[in-house]
Design a protein around this ligand. Structure first.
Ligand code: FAQ
Length: 319
């Protein structure tokens, strides 16, 4: 190794050490700050996956806009889905501050290089599924995102603060749908329980693999990208959601679920990790449908992007 390369290496090590000290001391990292290349890559992966999840997540709910049971329900659902699109935009913008373009992120989604949350590869079969998505899916997303409000990257952390405010409405609208159905006819109660049975386990999978199986955890904690482990957040979600289910008379579909007095938590049954792996690797019930739909509407929207870019260029020329 030449003398210059050796110096560069030493400088890099020094910069990384300083960076870690800063982050461990609680400083936020901003786009123009020096950062290790792997920190940047880790964030691009996570934030772009998060953004794709918000946008792909509009599909299962969008399926019910035309079939909402009342005008009130339709208005609320429309507003919620629009919020999710907005969350995608904040997150794509946060990722762009790390030097990746929106086009590159979309290309990675379309090629299968970038993932999105397992949960959006399941179908929304009945109106009760809209309740279960709001209550369980947004509920799980909030537990994760509240923790991410204190993530070390400034633009991501600030996006989370705003997103969490909106997600808490989403969780409540879902719970309201489930509570109403549980006060309804026998058929409606059955529909609500069926939705609970189908969404419970995939919602637990949203938190990712067990801590011992989570390859990104080491870096994520060293750089304070994550503030709580996958299992800690999953447990938090279970503890609060079981009680909410009891209040409205729903049964959690887990025969091993039991309150553990000594631990102060619910013990729960094992998650089907084979199903999780299949779903996140492209082989879930709706993976193909979700991606094909995204590709189709992305191609149909091409003229809007071209027109917006032309307008922007024209305005810039005038100034
Ligand atoms: N789905 O080492 P770890 C929402 C992958 S937003 C798919 O533990 P990490 C709002 C992971 O990427 C929901 N893949 O990884 C809404 C990695 O694979 P890779 C989205 C998953 O990053 C509601 C591998 O497994 N929220 O719902 C999943 O440290 C209703 C190893 O995993 C976020 O994205 C999964 N669930 O921890 C919208 C939150 N879990 O990349 C519409 C931000 C793991 O090496 C309607 N993300 N994998 O190929 C995070 O907090 C983290 O990325 C985790 C995973 C916790 C998801």
């Amino acid at each position: 190794m030449g003398a210059i390369q050796e110096l560069e290496l030493q400088l890099n090590e020094l910069l990384e050490k300083k960076f870690e000290e800063r982050v461990q001391g609680g400083d936020a990292v901003e786009p123009r700050d020096w950062m290790p290349e792997n920190y940047r890559k880790h964030l691009v992966r996570q934030i772009s996956q998060h953004a794709h999840s918000e946008v792909i997540g509009m599909q299962p709910e969008g399926n019910w806009i035309t079939r909402a049971p009342s005008l009130r329900a339709k208005q609320i659902l429309l507003a919620k889905i629009q919020d999710e699109g907005g969350h995608g935009l904040y997150l794509y913008s946060a990722a762009e501050t790390l030097g990746i373009s929106r086009d590159e992120m979309i290309a990675q989604l379309h090629s299968g290089k970038a993932k999105y949350s397992n949960i959006f590869n399941y179908p929304a079969l009945t109106w009760a599924d809209i309740g279960a998505i709001g209550w369980l899916v947004d509920g799980a997303a909030i537990v994760n995102q509240v923790s991410l409000q204190r993530t070390s990257y400034g633009p991501y952390s600030r996006a989370m603060v705003r997103i969490c405010k909106e997600e808490s409405f989403h969780q409540r609208q879902g719970y309201e749908i489930m509570a109403q159905m549980m006060k309804g006819t026998a058929d409606q109660k059955e529909m609500a329980q069926d939705a609970m049975n189908r969404w419970w386990w995939p919602a637990l999978m949203m938190f990712g693999p067990h801590d011992t199986e989570s390859p990104h955890a080491g870096d994520a904690f060293r750089w304070k990208i994550k503030r709580h482990t996958n299992d800690e957040l999953r447990q938090k979600f279970i503890d609060k959601t079981v009680q909410q289910a009891e209040v409205i008379g729903l049964t959690v579909p887990d025969p091993d679920l039991k309150w553990n007095e000594a631990a102060g938590h619910y013990d729960h049954g094992e998650i089907n990790w084979e199903e999780f792996r299949n779903v996140i690797n492209g082989d879930g019930p709706c993976n193909k449908q979700r991606l094909d739909h995204h590709k189709k509407v992305h191609a149909e929207g091409e003229w809007v992007r071209v027109a917006a870019a032309a307008y922007h260029a024209k305005k810039a020329n005038k100034n």
